[in-house]
Write a protein that binds this ligand. Structure first.
Ligand code: 13P
Length: 287
């Protein structure tokens, strides 16, 4: 069932758990995540970055693939299809293509421009029952071999954006995409608590879910985080399992080179990773 993320996150917030956003890159990824969600009776959000959208030959292809899978695999748990870190242009394209949720990442614009563009998207999304996530304070990550530490969001800017009527807020709390460096200071719970106090009950989003220690994840959920994004962890698991298969020479045995066999170990570990995250986030049985 393809629905807006708003409904599932409001439920998550009332129930004190978080829904996982797992990014998809191809058919294997999408199928593995959907089957796991169905087996565990968990709501799920499928994230599509602009890069992955292009790789999968466009957002319309993604919508078509997902709708086909929901029907063929008889998926009945709530699923949202979400644009991850969308530009203003990509937001419009995804709305047209049939996404049920979008993120407008206006964190790099001056606040006035971020507000103006977000406001326009709030109006469009409300009419079409599409959920809208906005970001304040950039999420760090690796760029050209250098790891940038994540920012802590400016509270007044958070309030300005939330007051526009967005459905969920990604506020930077020192989190970063990719693997955390050894000198990472951890999440700023002080910032998270302050954002929560100022913005009220709006569901908060934690980006950079890969490698955050379980204790910090649970504390973030307690402080109002209802959506947690995970991407790199599934990629690392998929790559390691595929490498092990090839290094063991299994692609050279019989028809081990068949992509259905070659990609199977990676697909299995995506299922395992997604299951572990859903258990940690507390979304099992919450469909
Ligand atoms: P990771 O790649 O660090 O898991 O982050 C995912 C994410 O936040 C996508 O927006």
């Amino acid at each position: 069932m393809l629905i807006s993320a708003k409904k599932m996150l409001q439920k998550a917030q009332a129930g004190h758990y978080a829904v996982g956003q797992f990014n998809i890159h191809n058919l294997e990824w999408t199928k593995a995540i959907l089957i796991t969600a169905q087996e565990l009776n968990s709501p799920v959000i499928l994230g599509v970055s602009e890069g992955a959208g292009k790789y999968m030959t466009g957002y319309k292809t993604v919508v078509g693939m997902l709708k086909g899978m929901l029907e063929e695999l008889k998926i009945t748990v709530p699923v949202a299809l979400h644009l991850d870190h969308g530009s203003y242009e990509a937001c419009h394209t995804c709305i047209e293509a049939g996404f049920s949720s979008i993120m407008f990442d206006g964190s790099h614009f001056p606040i006035e421009e971020n507000v103006e563009k977000t406001k326009e998207l709030v109006n469009i999304c409300a009419k079409k029952d599409i959920s809208l996530e906005a970001e304040v304070g950039s999420i760090g990550g690796e760029k050209d071999g250098v790891v940038e530490m994540g920012e802590c969001a400016n509270l007044q800017e958070c309030k300005k954006i939330v007051d526009l009527g967005i459905d969920m807020l990604a506020a930077g709390i020192g989190n970063i995409h990719g693997v955390y460096p050894p000198n990472w200071k951890g999440l700023s719970f002080e910032t998270l608590a302050a954002v929560r106090k100022l913005t009220g009950v709006i569901p908060l989003v934690l980006h950079g879910g890969t490698g955050i220690p379980s204790g910090q994840i649970k504390k973030a959920i307690d402080l109002g985080v209802s959506k947690i994004n995970v991407n790199t962890e599934c990629q690392l698991a998929f790559a390691a399992a595929t490498r092990a298969y090839v290094e063991a020479g299994k692609d050279k045995q019989g028809k081990g080179f068949d992509p259905r066999k070659l990609l199977l170990p990676g697909t299995k570990v995506i299922k395992k990773t997604v299951q572990e995250k859903m258990e940690l986030f507390g979304s099992l049985g919450k469909a």
